[in-house]
Design a protein around this ligand. Structure first.
Ligand code: PGA
Length: 254
């Protein structure tokens, strides 16, 4: 079985000073963990600083977004090739904040997924329903559509070149976490949905859970059969919380 993967999404937080402090406290303890993969996604402008800080470690670097074009007149944008140039391995695509605050729809997200693969990055495709959609009982349809846009553009094998993250929007930054059962239900559904196209890709694709993952709920979430790790926002900025979450990603020796 693949290692669990924990990705810290710093969002628009950090400073050169606080980044260095955080890294000085998490680097050594993370190196002592076994069989868990860890990545951090700082704001673009700090990628070079973080690339230097993690260079001797097993922590991988990711970015929070990319532009779908390779280069050109796109003021303010960052391409996949640039992210590779700075040592990025992962890039988030379709985070719910990008979808809701910056109007990114499923088709655009699919082209970003494609651009990430083209640049040699591993895209982390974020999917998930709003509270209103959950209340209406359309959670699975919403998630299907979000996945289908990538399947339509690229097919199942390329979808499997990425990582998926189920992030119920109502659980992001709210302190309200999906219960392990609620999360597992959607994760299982996502795996089945992929399996309808290709069972091998369904088996090997990592599906992370995101939405108020904390030190005290990570172990229970990661114990679910279809949860392969976490996408962690707020708690990834706190030394103690992030370390406990990463620790919870280690295989359980029973
Ligand atoms: P949160 O954010 O852990 O602060 O809820 C998760 C995310 O947005 O990826």
């Amino acid at each position: 079985m693949a290692n669990k993967l924990v990705i810290g999404n710093w969002k628009m937080n950090g400073s050169r000073k606080s980044n260095a402090e955080l890294l000085s406290k998490i680097l050594a303890p993370l190196e002592r963990l076994e069989s868990v993969d860890v990545a951090i996604c700082p704001p673009f402008i700090y990628l070079e600083q973080l690339a230097n800080l993690v260079v001797q470690s097993s922590i991988q670097l990711g970015a929070q977004d990319l532009n779908q074009a390779e280069h050109g007149a796109f003021t303010g944008e960052i391409s996949g090739a640039m992210l590779r140039d700075f040592g990025c391995h992962y890039v988030l695509v379709g985070h719910s904040e990008r979808r809701s605050l910056y109007g990114e729809g499923n088709d655009l997200v699919a082209t970003k997924f494609q651009a990430a693969l083209r640049s040699g990055l591993t895209p982390v495709l974020c999917v998930g329903e709003t509270l209103e959609q959950r209340r209406k009982g359309v959670t699975l349809e919403v998630v299907n559509k979000q996945l289908q846009a990538v399947l339509d553009l690229l097919g199942v094998n390329q979808l499997g070149g990425g990582v998926l993250a189920y992030e119920p929007v109502w659980a992001i930054g709210t302190g309200e976490t999906a219960t392990p059962e609620q999360a597992q239900e959607v994760h299982r559904h996502i795996r089945q949905y992929i399996a309808e196209n290709n069972s091998e890709v369904a088996r090997t694709t990592r599906i992370l859970y995101g939405g108020s993952v904390k030190g005290d709920n990570a172990a229970e979430l990661f114990a679910q059969p279809d949860i392969d790790g976490g996408l962690v926002g707020g708690a990834s900025l706190d030394v103690h919380s992030f370390l406990s979450i990463c620790k919870a990603g280690q295989p359980r020796h029973t």
